[in-house]
Write a protein that binds this ligand. Sequence first.
Ligand code: GN1
Ligand code: MG
Length: 370
Amino acid sequence: MGFTQQNFGNMSAEKLKSIFEQFEHEGEFYTYKELASGHINDTYLMITKDKPYYVLQRINHGVFKDVPGLIENKVSISSHIREKLKYLPKVQLDRSVLTFVKTKNGRSFYQDEEGNYWNLMYFIDDSLTFETVKDKEVAYEGGKLFGEFLNLTSDFDASKLTEVIPKFHDMSFRYSQFQSALRSVSKERLFKAESYIDRVIELKEEMHILQNLKESGDIKLRVTHNDTKISNALFAEDHKGLCVIDTDTIMPGIIHYDFGDAIRTICNTAAEDETNLDLVAFNADYYKAYTKGFLEKMEASLTPIELKYLPLAAKTMIFIMALRFLTDYMNDDVYYKTKYPEHNLDRAKNQFKLIESLNEHYEDLKIKAN
Ligand code: GN1
Ligand code: MG
């Protein structure tokens, strides 16, 4: 079938199969493949002898303190979207929104003997994901897709959602984590991080503007996805936007989180951990294309202040990721999965380079996309 089978950590095929069997799935287990792009959870493609295939996910309960609440969030958001799109033919509907599978005893997740939480969804076949964007059309389609997600969830009562990671994108929270890392960082890592620590301090005030507007109520809370990197969008083979995935961090938030995080990844000419910084640049054409798609879906419901702060959202979300990667590096890599000792530092350097490049286009971004 062309998939290489591997064992990860203590996760054997037998174990994954036995977890899979807890769910009310169709078809017979054949093999699995790890989908390794996430930094937090473990995700596996479950390949059955006949389709459909499934995606089995272990939610990291060290990071997410209320996993049942998280699962409840994403299941109810999926049903909400499904209800709104029910005019679509079923085949198309099933490709436009995630469908979760219940366990044999009717629950939305399974907890194994070690306390791990698992959930299962249908795999959306014949779809593509992009780690980096290589053409404007994908940026535009991404804008429409994430815009439509916000649009479809805009009438869902955000206060019903569990805040799966409190203060997830709050700059003051991330800044205080950075300050405590500064107090405990090793000499060696401090030396390597020093010039980036200076950058954090220089940008600090500007990077709190959005949070202040959120707290003063000038920018309202909505349902937001909170992890709109472009690899969390599925595209059809003709590159049309299909489905928003990885809905683990759905929570109340401001629109700028989703806009900014998508721009962070779409407009980076390289992957977020590219170490050759000459390859890392901000593509302003993709910014315009994304914004055009996004506004086609959202403009009618955006307030002038929401609109005005979209460019700052891009800068702020790149900064917050730089800050979080840097903080984790200073903490000896306790949060993100890393592949080598300086992985987090390289990610942070990459994001700081992206901010530098964004700054060269900043005035231009403030002009509304046309
Ligand atoms: C994490 O695990 P993943 O790749 O879905 C992180 C996001 C970051 C992202 C950076 C819960 O997402 O906030 O933007 O890495 N998720 C959490 O690639 O911290
Ligand atoms: Mg995620």
